[in-house]
Design a protein around this ligand. Structure first.
Ligand code: NAI
Ligand code: MG
Length: 499
């Protein structure tokens, strides 16, 4: 039996409602085989079972996809000729189709990632639809400016915002469809064409989304999907005819992409990791801060770039905070991610689970105390108890390195100066949260924290209208909001001599 035949049989094993065109690439509006016929598996992290066999795109397949995207971007192509009202309708249609198929897509996302269906159905999938709605509104509002020029006598000058061209988008496994929407929606709104490389652990919803683009009337070649490992992503970055790479993932891969992209001076935007401080002052509503802190670190099993993984607590509020977070963490029960009551799902893979567990050991060796959790749950699937580490100091590895799992490192502090200094003492700068009733303290700290997002008396919320991205090693470029329009357009200045 050939590998491709195996792939088709495995696809049949997927729940009837959750069947994407697995085993194929999506190029030029069609589901096609990879040239090599090579495949890899995607697994259900809750059981370890194979879900589907996926095509592994090589450099030749990536080249086919890039050529399709380039042709779709050519002057006079259906996409370039499409007027802005029609493009708005395409994006709205995509949002409608995501909503109409939300149950099925949520199920697919949960099967592939191990995250609770509660989260994928209430958060990931609706937010992806909203993101397309938000950018549908932008299509008709992308404008240049008229600018008075001071030199050169009488002149009329203005700017145009033009699409960049072929965008390579490489996304991670923690929020697959949502990360897709953050990248695909603004890129399409600006008139670009796309080659998307989903994470090898979670390719299913991207393939299902590809089907929806056909239903939505997106012309062939405008949106393409190449599934595969890091090598497939690297081939996309290497490709000379890709104009921009947008990436979300690890710092190491981000650096690699930056090095490779420099060869052809591709535009790049990088959204990398974090080790976000969650700073709780004694004058805050500590009970609420502790409840939110749980969501800040245990939502999505802690597999979040913005995870509030360094919890700083002012001395006099310490005991109260710890008793709330510890007792509530103990009550969190992991279970079948497809069960609507489950709030804690499985980590993405055994390898990743072991890496997170290893960090608990590292923390213990450094002198941290496991207040609760610290262990794997059972042997089937990759579940782990929500873990709180006490007695952490900010110089320990568990305070400096991204663990990307359900592990909170708790650090005591004495005053605002210490909190400010230690919060910024990190290579990362993605997000931070501050809990206090003192408005001056809140704003003062918000100014001094080096992070792309600062939450005051809340944590882990994002909005399609608000720019999102990092300082320092957390990357650069801002997604969401108007900022993403800047990310997906080139500015052209036009100068007309009137002398
Ligand atoms: P990764 O950065 O290797 O993978 C992310 C994406 O990049 C995937 O689609 C992958 O196939 C692709 N990729 C890998 N190597 C590439 C290369 N050389 N060129 C182009 N594309 C490439 O991250 P991985 O290995 O999945 O996770 C490792 C750690 O990274 C996690 O434990 C976590 O700390 C961090 N991470 C951060 C994320 C974030 O949201 N900022 C998301 C995922 C991981
Ligand atoms: Mg999977």
């Amino acid at each position: 039996m050939s590998e491709t035949a195996t792939a088709n049989i495995l696809v049949e094993l997927l729940p009837q409602k959750a069947k994407p065109k697995a085993g194929k690439l999506f190029i030029n509006g069609e589901f096609v085989d990879s040239a090599s016929g090579k495949v890899f598996n995607t697994y259900n992290p809750a059981t370890g079972a194979i879900l589907a066999s996926i095509a592994e795109a090589d450099a030749g397949d990536v080249d086919r996809a890039v050529k399709a995207a380039r042709a779709a971007f050519a002057e006079g192509s259906p996409w370039r000729k499409m007027n802005s009202s029609d493009r708005t309708r395409c994006l709205l249609k995509l949002a409608d189709l995501i909503r109409a198929n939300a149950e099925e897509i949520s199920e697919l996302e949960t099967l592939d990632t191990g995250k609770p269906i509660f989260e994928s159905s209430k958060f990931d999938i609706p937010q992806a639809a909203e993101c397309f709605e938000y950018y549908a509104g932008w299509v008709t509002k992308i404008t240049g400016e008229t600018i008075p020029v001071s030199k050169g006598g009488d002149a009329f000058a203005y700017t145009l915002r033009e699409p960049i061209g072929v965008c390579g988008q490489i996304i991670p496994w923690n929020f697959p469809l949502q990360m897709l929407s953050w990248k695909v929606a603004p890129a399409l709104a600006c008139g670009n064409t796309i080659v998307l490389k989903p994470a090898e652990q979670t390719p299913l919803t991207a393939l299902r989304f590809a089907e929806l683009t056909l239903e939505a009337g997106i012309p062939p070649g405008v949106f393409n999907v190449v599934t595969g490992s890091g090598a497939t992503g690297a081939a996309l970055v290497e490709h000379e005819d890709v104009d921009k790479i947008a990436f979300t993932g690890s710092v190491e891969t981000g650096k690699d992409i930056m090095r490779t992209a420099s060869k052809s001076l591709k535009r790049i935007s990088l959204e990398l990791g974090g080790k976000s401080p969650n700073i709780v002052f004694a004058d805050s509503d500590i009970e609420t801060a502790a409840k939110y802190a749980l969501g800040g670190i245990f939502f999505n099993q802690g597999e979040m770039c913005t995870a509030g993984s360094r919890i700083f607590i002012e001395e006099s509020g310490y005991d109260q905070f710890m008793s709330v977070i510890t007792s509530r963490a103990q009550k969190m029960v992991a279970g079948d991610p497809l069960h609507p009551k489950t709030r804690l799902g499985a980590l993405i893979s055994e390898e990743h689970l072991n890496s997170v567990l290893n960090y608990v050991d590292i923390g213990k060796k450094e002198g941290a105390i496991v207040t609760t959790g610290g262990e794997r749950i059972g042997t089937k699937g990759y579940f782990m108890k929500p873990t709180v580490l006490e007695g952490v100091t900010n110089n320990m590895r568990v305070a400096q390195e991204e663990i990307f799992g359900p592990v909170a490192s708790v650090i005591r502090f004495k005053d605002i100066e210490e909190a400010m200094r230690e919060a910024n003492n990190s290579q990362f700068g993605l997000a931070a949260a501050i809990w206090t009733r003192d408005i001056k303290k809140a704003h003062k700290l918000a100014r001094s924290i080096k992070a792309g997002t600062v939450w005051i008396n809340t944590i882990s919320t994002t909005d399609n209208a608000l720019p999102f991205g990092g300082f320092k090693s957390s990357g650069f470029g801002r997604e969401l909001g108007k900022a993403a329009i800047d990310l997906y357009t080139e500015t052209k200045s036009v100068w007309v001599d009137l002398n």
